[in-house]
Design a protein around this ligand. Structure first.
Ligand code: 5GP
Ligand code: ZN
Length: 117
């Protein structure tokens, strides 16, 4: 598998070394339910290739991988959303990122407020 990090939590989910409640998997992405859901549906969509942050991914990803991350998020939003959904990517300390493998949060099943905290 190209570009995997042996110590990264989400790479371990990609490699199936730790369990996750998966809702979608293909060559480019894995999507699984967040352990600490913030909405009735809270799914994380991750690239199968390790990239710590969106900034790194924007440099390293090929077009197919980058497009798939977005289309998978939309697919999950449509599948689990009622009348819309929210997609969030946190980067760095100010963004509130805690796991350093890029992930899109897909939140659905309730009305979201703005601005986020
Ligand atoms: P971040 O704060 O980096 O944007 O989001 C990381 C997310 O990963 C959090 O919402 C957290 O609940 C979730 N998370 C952390 N560890 C695990 C895990 O081992 N399994 C799953 N399914 N989610 C995790
Ligand atoms: Zn990783």
């Amino acid at each position: 598998m190209p570009n995997t990090d042996p110590n990264c939590l989400f790479c371990k989910i990609v490699r199936k070394e730790i369990p996750a409640d998966e809702v979608l998997r293909d060559e480019h992405v894995v999507a699984f339910r967040d352990l600490n859901p913030q909405a009735p549906t809270h799914v994380l969509v991750i690239p199968t290739e390790h990239a710590a942050h969106l900034s790194d991914f924007a440099q390293s990803a090929n077009d197919a991988g980058a497009a798939r991350l977005l289309s998978a998020a939309a697919e999950i939003g449509r599948r689990f959303g009622r009348d819309g959904y929210r997609v969030v990517m946190n980067e760095g300390p100010d963004g509130g990122q805690t796991v350093h493998h890029l992930h899109a949060h897909v939140l659905a099943g309730r009305h979201m407020t703005w601005p986020p905290g």
